[in-house]
Design a protein around this ligand. Structure first.
Ligand code: 5GP
Length: 215
């Protein structure tokens, strides 16, 4: 178990670890992109995946696109904080990267599926988990098709998985209904800003100042 993974330890990181999950097509990536553009100090984890890059995706920016043998080697070396098989491909979060960010007291955001979220919540204390829901199944399908980058087979696979994924929302701390984008973004920003004001986070971040006023 790494220093990061101490379920019963007093939190000593000033940063917060955020997880954002959603079924494909709920608008998660657009919301996260807008959040990062508007709120400073959050590092987005770039996942490793065995999925092929979509047109327009860049290796190292959107994902680290790696082969299955390379993924398995990393997994076997315990290189992933969490990993999962999602829609026919492997995805995993680099343990070393998350650890290095948390050690620098930076906020970290993981855009991962519910299976990965479950693993991280079990291992790391004080995680803030957020689930994004589409307003309807019709809208979800419209958004999945509107992306224009996936084959019909991939779209059908993702639609088929959506119901099970949606049911996982109940395991998360927060749920955002992404009907109106700007309302959903405001809610996401509010969660992030409020999480930074948790007592332990403030003590870790502003300990000296708070001591001076008698805390
Ligand atoms: P996509 O192929 O559309 O980029 O992602 C498919 C699903 O995999 C999404 O739900 C996305 O959040 C999830 N995902 C992306 N990276 C990771 C990761 O590192 N770990 C896990 N568990 N899921 C991931």
């Amino acid at each position: 178990m790494s220093q990061l993974e101490q379920p019963h330890a007093t939190p000593h990181y000033a940063g917060s670890l955020f997880i954002v999950s959603a079924p494909s097509g709920a608008g998660k990536s657009s919301l996260v992109k807008a959040l990062l553009a508007e709120v400073d100090g959050i590092g987005l984890s770039i996942s490793n995946t065995t999925r092929k890059a979509r047109p327009g995706e860049v290796d190292g920016r959107d994902y680290h696109f790696i082969s299955q043998p390379d993924f398995e080697a990393l997994r076997d070396q315990d290189g992933f904080l969490e990993w999962a098989h999602v829609h026919g491909n492997y995805y995993g979060t680099s343990r070393a990267w998350v650890q290095s960010q948390m050690a620098q007291d930076r906020d970290v955001l993981l855009e991962i599926d519910w299976q990965g979220a479950e693993q991280v919540v079990r291992k790391v204390p004080n995680v803030v988990s957020i689930f994004i829901l589409p307003p309807s199944m019709e809208e979800l399908e419209k958004r999945l098709r509107g992306r224009g980058t996936d084959s019909e087979e991939v779209i059908l696979k993702r639609l088929g998985a959506a119901q099970l994924e949606i049911e996982q929302a109940r395991r998360f701390d927060y749920v955002i209904l992404n009907d109106d984008f700007s309302t959903a973004l405001l809610e996401l920003k509010s969660i992030v800003l409020a999480s930074r004001c948790r007592f332990n986070q403030q003590m870790a971040r502003h300990g000296k100042q708070l001591k001076r006023i008698g805390l």
